[in-house]
Design a protein around this ligand. Structure first.
Ligand SMILES: [Mg+2]
Length: 225
């Protein structure tokens, strides 16, 4: 028995979900050239630790008006953008009695479809929420989410430790500096930097274990249990 927490964007999924949401929304504003690249730049600054998480999200969602439909449509699309091999990896983890969670700084409607496709229940998915008006227009981020802080993953994992009897060891897998920060805060026993989709230099340099493929990840996990 063990517990594993996965990041979503650029880890379980090959894409950055919020960037995909914004790219979809920007199709309604074809005159706004260059904004997709601007959004990607902000994302990378966030994941490399040059910009804090909340500032990075707020800067991106301010680029153009967003509707909840952009998130739900992107969520369905991202089911087809999972990192190859994750379906089999989750099956293997379950058959070895691992409890699996996805903890994402992305937004629930764009993360849940993929997580459910991978067999996770709602209780195993943590992501940010949105506040919308009656027509779905996004007004703001749901500030009550445990994840809506610059140390959100640390808070969620601590919350789970307080409210459930999690099987040890606790393992966190992710590509971003916010994932590494949760390990440095001491909330998990093991951290595995994930570089199969994108390699963040700070994460690659500072992770106790860093993998560049799913087979490398499985090897590290086998050594943990
Ligand atoms: Mg990520």
């Amino acid at each position: 028995m063990a517990t594993i927490f996965f990041d979503f964007d650029s880890t379980v999924c090959t894409k950055e979900s919020l960037d995909e949401v914004i790219a979809l929304a920007l199709k309604e504003y074809p005159e706004q050239t260059g904004l997709v690249e601007k959004v990607e730049t902000i994302t990378n600054q966030g994941m490399n630790g040059e910009l804090d998480f909340k500032a990075s999200v707020l800067a991106r969602i301010a680029v153009c008006p967003l509707n909840e439909a952009h998130f739900t449509l992107t969520g369905e699309h991202l089911k087809h953008c999972l990192t190859p091999g994750f379906t089999q990896l989750f099956d293997w983890l379950r058959s070895n009695d691992w409890d699996i969670y996805i903890v994402s700084g992305g937004f629930l409607p764009s993360v849940s479809p993929s997580a459910e496709f991978l067999g996770l229940s709602a209780e195993q998915i943590f992501a940010n929420g949105l506040r919308t008006d009656e027509t779905g227009n996004v007004l703001e981020v749901d500030e009550s989410s445990l994840l809506w802080t610059n140390r959100g993953k640390t808070k969620v994992i601590n919350h789970l430790k307080d409210t459930q009897s999690l099987a040890s060891p606790l393992v966190l897998v992710g590509d971003g500096s916010n994932d590494l920060a949760a390990f440095k805060a001491g909330v998990v026993d093991h951290f595995i930097g994930f570089g199969a989709n994108v390699v963040r230099p700070k994460v690659a340099a500072e992770s106790p274990e860093f993998v560049r493929s799913l087979s490398e990840l499985k090897t590290v996990l086998k050594n943990i249990i």
